[in-house]
Design a protein around this ligand. Structure first.
Ligand SMILES: Nc1nc2c(ncn2[C@@H]2O[C@H](COP(=O)(O)OP(=O)(O)OP(=O)(O)O)[C@@H](O)[C@H]2O)c(=O)[nH]1
Ligand SMILES: [Zn+2]
Length: 226
């Protein structure tokens, strides 16, 4: 998050609109590198928001905006809380006593929000996740939690889809995992090409869902059957 945020803040025009010493302080902890950097302080995050307010054309000192940097910094911690969580930890707790149940488990239409890594604009979607158990099953809520962990990060839809499938595949080791995501990207709706209502669908299959066309077809039937 910090790195993309930095990209916006570093814009030449933004630099021109803020006093040099302030900008130096803001940039100190945001070196232009893709390496993981320490998280900036609350003060530094709030200063960066003030720059963006100015960049938008508004006055960060006017009364209505005085507390906005604090609110935005707090909202960011919530919207991007996935960086602090580990899917492996959440998926580590599995159950074995399910009377030998080994058929498909499918959770349909799990709503989520994410943000695209290109524009930091919202992605609103729903995910359908299925797996074929092999001895152990997951707590149902854990599937939704994994979507939150990867969704509350900067994402591409492809990456999000692959990460959810991979996390379940590696921790649970089922016979197969299927993930279907349908989402709307605000960067395509509110700006740019402005195609409101367009939906992007992505899928990821592992194991039997990948190798067995009948299993894949059954997944789509169960995912779509209302
Ligand atoms: N593959 C993929 N592309 C995405 C996703 N979210 C946004 N994009 C695209 O990322 C691309 C970034 O393209 P650029 O040309 O670098 O940026 P841009 O000038 O803002 O592009 P426009 O949106 O076309 O105005 C755009 O085509 C977006 O639609 C995603 O989840 N997956
Ligand atoms: Zn985007």
């Amino acid at each position: 998050m910090a790195i993309s945020f930095f990209t916006i803040v570093r814009s030449d025009v933004a630099l021109a609109r803020i006093e040099g010493h302030k900008m130096d302080a803001i940039l100190k902890n945001f070196p232009a590198s893709s390496q993981k950097q320490p998280r900036p302080t609350q003060q530094e995050a709030e200063d960066a928001v003030r720059v963006l307010l100015q960049w938008s054309g508004d006055d960060p000192e006017r009364e209505g905006l005085l507390d906005t940097p604090k609110r935005v910094a707090k909202a960011y911690r919530e919207l991007f809380s996935g960086y602090d969580l580990s899917a492996e930890e959440v998926l580590g707790r599995t159950f074995e006593e399910v009377s030998g149940y080994d058929d498909m488990v499918l959770v349909r239409d799990i709503p989520f929000f994410s943000h695209c890594e290109h524009h930091m604009l919202p992605i609103k979607g729903k995910a359908t996740v299925a797996y074929l158990p092999q001895g152990r099953v997951l707590g149902l809520s854990k599937i939704a939690r994994v979507i939150e962990i990867y969704g509350r990060r900067l994402q591409t839809q492809e990456n999000l889809t692959a990460q959810i499938a991979s996390a379940i595949d590696t921790t649970l080791k089922p016979r197969g995992v299927a993930v279907l995501i349908e989402a709307e990207h605000m960067c395509m709706e509110m700006r740019g090409v402005e195609k409101q209502g367009s939906q992007t669908l992505t899928t990821r299959f592992t194991g039997a869902f990948k190798t067995d066309a009948a299993e894949q077809a059954r997944f789509f039937t169960m995912a779509r059957n209302r």
